[in-house]
Design a protein around this ligand. Structure first.
Ligand code: TYD
Length: 213
């Protein structure tokens, strides 16, 4: 029996995370690990309602404090009702984004102090951190172009963060690389340039390497 683990997939908008989650779950299940896929903001009925409020509209729809607190509120629901219960029954969890996104977007992106975000996480959510964070690393110019194309092709009203400029997305990318550099044991950086099959193979290799270490 493998011990259940908590995996988070992170990256800039358009890095192809969402498409990777299903591939990761299938790989973990194949290797004998029962696994669920989930996402943030969202992952619970209440969290999905917060997601709709958070991602629609123009950039100035929320004050940055409200944005941070709502992301965190959605995470409290997600951790208490989905992530911890799954891990407790021996099921691994793959989450499309987690607190690394808050450190990157609300911290490096919006400029809120990182120690405040980490303290809020510990106080409100608890000391619950992923065992492994997979960072899909991509040039923001490529990511944003991909992401805008998908949002308009599918008529999805979740583009609030995509309206922000390239410099914002460069700060997000740097924050992820910095988070990985400071805690290399829990992070794997995967080059997200390539076909989905190529990137999936790299992600799976990174997971296998982490399991083997
Ligand atoms: P996501 O659905 O992953 O968008 P995409 O597939 O386009 O990358 O994430 C939604 C947006 O929410 C994304 O722009 C990042 C943002 N976000 C934050 O700003 N803070 C957070 O804590 C989380 C979880 C997401």
């Amino acid at each position: 029996m493998h011990e259940a683990a908590f995996y988070a997939v992170e990256g800039i908008d358009g890095s192809g995370k969402s498409g990777m989650v299903a591939g990761i779950v299938a790989h973990l299940e194949r290797t004998g690990r029962p696994t669920i896929a989930t996402r943030e903001p969202g992952g619970t009925p209440q969290g999905e309602k917060l997601r709709a409020l958070l991602l629609a509209g123009t950039d100035d729809a929320w004050d940055q404090q409200s944005e941070l607190l709502m992301m965190t509120a959605a995470r409290v629901e997600h951790v208490q009702r989905v992530i911890l219960p799954a891990l407790a029954r021996g099921t691994s969890v793959v989450s499309d984004r987690y607190v690394g996104s808050t450190i990157a977007y609300q911290g490096a992106g919006r400029g809120m102090p990182e120690d405040y975000i980490r303290r809020l996480h510990r106080d409100a959510v608890g000391d619950v951190w992923p065992d492994l964070v997979l960072i899909l690393d991509l040039d923001p110019e490529i990511g944003l172009a991909r992401s805008k194309k998908r949002l308009s092709a599918d008529a999805i009203d979740e583009g609030r963060f995509e309206t922000l400029d390239l410099d914002f997305h460069h700060r997000i990318r740097r924050s992820y690389l910095d988070q990985a550099a400071r805690d290399p044991e829990r992070h794997a950086i995967v080059d997200a340039l390539g076909t989905p099959e190529e990137v999936r193979a790299r992600v799976i290799a990174a997971i296998d390497a982490w399991h083997a270490h």
